[in-house]
Design a protein around this ligand. Sequence first.
Ligand code: ACO
Length: 321
Amino acid sequence: MTRRSILVGTGSALPRTRVSNDELAKRVDTSDEWIVERTGIRFRHIAEADETTGTLAADAARHALAAAGLVPADIGLIIVATATPDNTFPATATKVQALIGAPDCIAFDVAAVCSGFLYALSVADSMLRTGAAKHALVIGSETFSRILDWEDRGTCVLFGDGAGAVVLSAEEVADDRGILATRLHAEGQYGDMLYVDGGPSTTGTVGHVRMQGREVFRHAVTNLAAVLGEVLADVGLSAADIDWVVPHQANKRIIDATAKKLGLPAERVVLTVDQHANTSAASVPLALDLAVRDGRIRRGDLVVLEAMGGGFTWGAAVLRV
Ligand code: ACO
């Protein structure tokens, strides 16, 4: 028997307001045609004043708990991956704890931007396997709309707000269910290719997203294809064994190019970037929840998750659901 982290529930939450490319084009010098052709994005959800990273995360967590058949008191660990916390401190994870009514447990945030959910999943997996908790909530939640420069058409059209959550349970298993491998990377020398030009310790302001789009694109395809190869090699499997890839939803062209590099057919790739745009740390768990709820991802499937983001940071996970 092996102790593994088993995926027992998923959930997600989106802000009430959905904005189309055409609506965006009324206030930014852009067009539906340009955005769809370069990115595949058609819509994004934008948070209203009463919707925050914390409230969206709590909603996603409630849905994931319901899907898992668990209650807040069962949870021993809450990790929120976010680059847009409600406050500089306390951690948004503690806000989620309070909002859902979970008693004393471990709660903290992880900051790895778009690959934050992969980092959080890997940390939760390690903690569950070493006995720190029995059940964990791992959440990716963002309100990137708050850190966008709405005058910069090169970035503001690309992002959206939302949250996704999973519940992991530590179980002794005799089969190959659960998280089988995770791989994480960071190369901080590329920090200025995708960053926010503010922060508590530098400017004392929140700042705005800045990006060298072409460089990000190039690194994303190379790094994502490489890390997928690594994580599959870790478990002795190949691309042909994968039932579903749930990629970070930054850009359809990055997703297509990565799948092509690995020889993965488009039918096995979960795509939500058209509906949600890039929701950073929320994008992988949001897409995962959609594909679980619409019946594409079923028990027994081999699922691969991957993401890359500011830092640069990137990572992948392979799990049997
Ligand atoms: N609408 C219309 N025109 C635009 C827009 C817009 N929203 N944005 C830029 N343009 C113009 C530019 O001004 C430029 O015009 P010019 O030739 O007259 O100077 C032209 O379009 C081309 O601009 P580029 O930036 O060179 O366009 P490119 O083909 O590189 O596409 C894009 C830009 C979509 C950002 C692309 O580089 C990309 O997808 N990069 C990946 C970045 C990404 O996904 N980041 C997300 C975060 S990182 C992550 O999650 C992996």
